[in-house]
Design a protein around this ligand. Structure first.
Ligand SMILES: [Zn+2]
Length: 160
């Protein structure tokens, strides 16, 4: 049994439309290419030249139309009517494009997830250096903290 398609995903209708567009584009390309073969095979054959020329012309034009329409249908199916600008409806467009923006967000999220891990490694490397503790000496006169190598207090100038 197939799991139900989440409501926020691209609808089965749009998916079907996408593949129909893809098929149309492929059929169009085949039709278009077939005209070259017909032309080559019948080269020099003038029986019913007019009829064949018409057939070749129709297939060439039809094939070109399908090659233009097919990918266009794929684009509309992928982004939805509003998302692809066929229908002017920004709210619908947002919903149509939601699976794509969520996908992009997911990709960016994956990258961001990796950054804290990288950050942790950098932090750990950094803290390894800082395990060399700095010994501070407190001044007897003013209680200010000074470096252990200091001879005089940085705050009051008293000898440490
Ligand atoms: Zn001092």
């Amino acid at each position: 049994m197939k799991p139900p398609i989440p409501a926020r995903d691209i609808s089965p209708e749009r998916q079907a439309m996408y593949y129909a567009g893809m098929a149309a584009g492929v059929v169009g390309a085949l039709l278009f290419v077939s005209t070259f073969f017909s032309f080559a095979m019948n080269f020099g054959n003038f029986d019913d030249f007019e009829g064949r020329a018409r057939s070749i012309f129709l297939r060439a034009v039809g094939g070109m139309c399908l090659m233009v329409v097919g990918p266009a249908v794929m684009g509309v199916a992928a982004r939805g009517l509003a998302g692809s600008g066929v229908k002017l409806d920004p709210e619908q467009a947002r919903r149509d494009l939601e699976p794509w923006s969520r996908m992009r967000g997911g990709v960016i999220g994956d990258v961001l997830d990796e950054i804290p891990a990288v950050q942790q490694v950098i932090d750990r490397l950094g803290s390894a250096d800082q395990t060399v503790e700095v010994v501070r000496v407190r001044c007897n006169a003013c209680r200010a903290l000074n470096d252990e190598h200091d001879k005089f207090c940085g705050q009051c100038g008293e000898r440490l």
